[in-house]
Design a protein around this ligand. Structure first.
Ligand code: CDP
Length: 239
């Protein structure tokens, strides 16, 4: 018998490994993985490329006028089996992860017209369930009915170190202090914004993964999934 499909919402602070955790689970259980942060990053990249920023200051009205013409899709990369972000027909998976985008994304994500549009797209993607989505407001706003909600955290220093390693493994030179500053600044904006701020849903399970290996984290999440889907939590090889 097929286990019944559920919605899994993973929220938490910047760079704490939400997407690594979400991707790995989705692949194992055959669910769709959606990185909601990639959508906010794609809108930010669009605004940057259109010249809507003066330094870090955004001309929000110009972005609002063009919001309807922004199309964001996730297409499966057949080689990796992972979804990649496409912006208006162009693959932007690498560009959206740049420091230039990271430094501008939180103010863009604080705009009501941006959130309304992207939350509606995210909800449409979850219509059939069988989805793992990570972000900041997935368990509180996008899918308050999700059967499994995780709220992930780790110290800012651990998170910045992991992000620096990720950049360096891709051959990108970054300064630890700058990454740490960005992580803290995004947390501050995400937590204090008026619309859909980052907060733990009352029914979300808290996980601080500062001291966990990826294997420990994956095993923990698999057990949570099995419990939420009504399967035997200890019997992870059964399906
Ligand atoms: O990967 P990382 O945790 O560093 O960030 P991300 O998930 O790519 O998200 C980038 C930014 O998008 C966050 O700092 C938030 O400002 C915003 N975001 C949001 O507001 N709501 C979401 N559901 C997801 C991301």
């Amino acid at each position: 018998m097929q286990p019944h499909k559920i919605i899994i919402a993973i929220d938490g602070y910047a760079s704490c490994g939400k997407s690594t955790m979400a991707k790995s689970l989705a692949q194992k259980i055959g669910y769709l993985y959606i990185d909601s942060g990639a959508m906010y990053r794609a809108v930010t990249l669009y605004a940057l490329e259109k010249g809507f920023f003066d330094g870090e200051k955004l001309q929000a009205e110009r972005l609002e006028e063009e919001m309807e013409s922004i199309s964001i899709e996730f297409r499966l990369n057949a080689a990796t089996g992972l979804p990649e972000t496409w912006l208006n027909g162009r693959r932007v998976e690498q560009e959206i992860r740049s420091m230039a985008v990271s430094q501008r994304v939180s103010p863009v994500a604080a705009l009501g017209f941006v959130r309304r549009r992207l939350v509606a797209c995210q909800q449409a993607l979850g219509k059939e369930k069988g989805i793992v989505m990570d972000g900041r407001d997935i368990g509180t706003v996008v899918f308050p009915q999700a059967e499994l909600k995780i709220f992930l955290t780790a110290s800012p220093e651990v998170r910045a170190r992991r992000r620096v390693e990720e950049y360096r493994s891709q051959g990108k030179a970054v300064v630890y202090e700058e990454v740490l500053r960005n992580v803290k600044e995004r947390d501050r904006i995400d937590e204090t914004r008026a619309i859909d701020p980052l907060r733990r849903a009352d029914d979300a399970i808290l996980l601080d993964n500062s001291e966990l290996t990826l294997e420990q984290q994956d095993a923990w999440l698999m057990a949570q999934y099995r419990r939420a889907a009504g399967l035997d939590p200890s019997d992870s090889d059964a399906d």
